[in-house]
Design a binder for this molecule. Structure first.
Ligand code: BF8
Length: 658
């Protein structure tokens, strides 16, 4: 019988096998054992009141099935999707709220361990918000005004979010025309929960329209605010070299992992681990030093800014513990499996929760507070050090690791196309217009144990770049590519189509640009906006030869992201079965109706080959509509010549000066 692959990552697969041989349970085994409920997973289960749960199934369910209250299948499916959007938006935006409050505390001199690191970015944001800056104005005063202005985005009852005006004019007009320009983040989330409550909004299109408004509050609100404030406080990323996979753990050093999403505490931990006193303390416990690594999106945050290595994405968290090498994992919020606390008891790993919003049984809680961040960070590092002597021999010690180049912020991508004085998106637009680059794909979202985890990301990454599609990646999409060794410029030489390769070689970039954590999908929105302003392509986000793909999504946050891209004018394709697949009407609205109104869509397609086909099809159709030159594979560059060692030596000889 053919062996069932659980992860496409060879190192993960080895740890899973080791775990199975030692009777350790992981999400992979649980995913096999717990089949999804076919009714709930397709959006046909309604449990918003206690007359149910009602299952809207059976022949002609779309037309005939009714809940006890009379709700139809399209109503129920639409409500389910809107609730997912609301939850995803709440998560990103609550993260954003904490970032704003930290900025405010810094501006007020109450968070002494943080400072304004990127004044240029602060000024840029101040300019967007219409806040006075420069001319000798105190930086903290500017920061305070920025924080207070952004706080309004959470509580505003009428009007529009501040950042709506950052979008291309035409995009804004579409939003206003269809009534989806968000007012305040909290209002949209609360209203989404209200409308989906028993007996309120029953028209699926009307419900889904509010879903889009909520999602836009996530993209152009929560996510964008998080990205901007993180850049202001901790620095706007520029390319850094790092490493990825389990081989980042060191046998002879204290291994501390930061895991979750919010970067504030992790930033201070990055600083604290090089404190000579703590290094001495680690040595006194028999370790050679302190090794900091990351997981999930907190990893992406500190990788983008400091080159801190990543152990990988969502499905790597239990496997990381099973290496037996992790002395402590400090978690903040989101995507933290409760399973890690129980699993850690079987190893020596300490799980440390740090957010007042997120605790778990069997973990140590060290309350993070931005007013005493360094003190908290030191306490966490000490817990890891104290635990080093408890390390046992047991574990699946894996040494695989891959180099990674990350740090492609909007600002850097602009800079790399012309330097400080001529920074622009012209070269990228020109490369797309000429057909050197066929289009752009945002490859994002989670990795998922229900498929050979990271495998769909890997397949699509290779196939897309082969087809001259430039990839911008975020979140666990980046982790999947990083732990496969795909985030290097060499990838262009080995796998990219000749046109894309030429562009990558000219600029010296990988064909897959790691633009950050999941909240940094907002960078893709601002990049698309800059491309629209640059001219020569579409004059709005809609109509660009660009597609979003989340092939292994699992989180509600991914749904919110997919929907804000769709409403911004980007066709989006998610892998797996549709969470609203039971309703043809809801599926039609998300694809056809949304495309008519916004030129974006949300598809669900489990077959990776079909995802690829659909994405290329959207890109080619957009090119055609923009009257760009038809993409012809191999038109640019020279075909790749694979050289053997002898040929390489010859080339080196001829390149040497005589
Ligand atoms: O926010 S990609 S598994 S870690 S939800 Fe979570 Fe999904 Fe990873 Fe980052 Ni995004």
């Amino acid at each position: 019988m053919e062996k069932h692959i659980k992860s496409a990552n060879e190192a993960s697969e080895k740890i899973i096998e080791w775990g199975e041989a030692h009777d350790y349970t992981t999400c992979f085994e649980r995913a096999e054992r717990l089949k999804p409920c076919p009714i709930g997973s397709s959006g046909a289960c309604c449990k918003v009141c206690h007359m149910g749960p009602c299952r809207l199934v059976g022949k002609n369910a779309e037309e005939e099935a009714r809940g006890v209250c009379g709700a139809t299948l399209p109503t129920v499916a639409a409500r389910n999707l809107v609730r997912m959007i609301a939850a995803g938006t709440a998560a990103h935006s609550d993260h954003a709220r904490d970032m704003v409050l930290t900025l405010l505390a810094v501006a007020n001199g109450e968070a002494k361990d943080f400072k304004i690191t990127d004044e240029r970015k602060l000024n840029r944001v101040a300019e967007i918000l219409g806040i006075e800056f420069g001319n000798g104005r105190n930086v903290n005063d500017v920061a305070r005004d920025v924080a207070l202005k952004l706080l309004e985005d959470f509580t505003r009852q009428k009007g529009e979010l501040n950042y709506i005006k950052r979008a291309p004019q035409k995009t804004q007009e579409r939003w206003r025309k269809w009534g989806v320009a968000p007012r305040g983040i909290d209002r949209e989330v609360v209203e989404a929960m209200h409308r989906t409550n028993i007996g309120v909004d029953h028209d699926p299109d009307h419900l889904l329209t509010h879903g889009l408004r909520t999602a836009l509050a996530d993209g152009w609100g929560g996510c964008m605010i998080s990205t901007d404030i993180s850049d202001i406080l901790f620095g706007t990323p520029t390319p850094v070299k790092a490493e990825a996979s389990y081989g980042i753990f060191k046998e002879d050093e204290v291994n501390l992992i930061v895991h979750g999403h919010e970067p504030s505490l992790a930033e201070i931990i990055v600083d604290v681990v090089s404190d000579p006193e703590l290094i001495e303390y680690a040595k006194s416990k028999g370790a050679k030093g302190i090794n900091l690594g990351g997981m999930c999106c907190t990893a992406n945050e500190v990788l983008m800014r400091h080159g801190i290595p990543t152990a990988g994405g969502f499905t790597n968290q239990e496997l990381g513990i099973m290496t037996g090498l992790v002395d402590a994992i400090a978690v903040d919020v989101q995507c933290i499996m409760p399973a890690i606390a129980e699993l850690s008891k079987k190893f020596h790993t300490k799980i440390i929760t740090t957010s007042e919003k997120a605790t778990m049984p069997d973990a140590i809680h060290v309350q993070y507070d931005e007013h005493r961040a360094r003190e908290v960070a030191k306490e966490i590092v000490k817990i890891a050090i104290d635990n080093f002597p408890n390390r046992k021999k047991e574990g699946s010690h894996i040494t695989d690791k891959f180099p990674v180049i990350a740090g492609f912020s909007h600002e850097y991508i602009e800079y790399m196309q012309g330097g400080r004085w001529r920074a622009s998106f012209r070269p990228l637009n020109d490369a797309i217009i000429a057909g050197r680059i066929r289009g752009v794909v945002g490859l994002a979202g989670c990795d998922n144990p229900r498929v050979p985890s990271t495998g769909l990301h890997r397949f699509l990454a290779i196939e897309l770049i082969k087809n001259d599609v430039l990839i911008v990646s975020t979140g666990c999409g980046s982790a999947a590519c990083g732990t496969a060794g795909y985030l290097t410029p060499e990838m262009a030489l080995e796998h990219a189509g000749p046109g894309l390769r030429e562009v990558c070689e000219a600029i010296g970039i990988p064909p897959i640009l790691h633009v950050g954590a999941c909240v940094d999908n907002s960078r893709i929105l601002t990049i698309a906006t800059a491309m629209a302003h640059e001219g020569g392509l579409s004059d709005e986000i809609a109509g660009m030869p660009a597609v979003g793909i989340a092939p292994e999504w699992m989180s509600e946050k991914a749904i919110a992201i997919g929907c804000y891209f769709a409403a911004s004018g980007v066709p989006v394709i998610f892998g797996g079965e549709s969470p609203v697949g039971a309703s043809e009407e809801v599926t039609r609205i998300m694809t056809e109706v949304w495309f008519e109104r916004f030129m974006g869509a949300l598809h669900f397609e489990p077959d990776p080959e079909k995802i690829l086909e659909l994405a290329l099809n959207y890109i080619d159709k957009a090119r055609e509509k923009l009257k760009l030159r038809k993409y012809e594979p191999g038109r640019f560059g020279t075909e790749r010549v694979l050289m053997d060692m002898a040929a390489r030596r010859e080339l080196e000889k001829s390149a040497k000066p005589t």
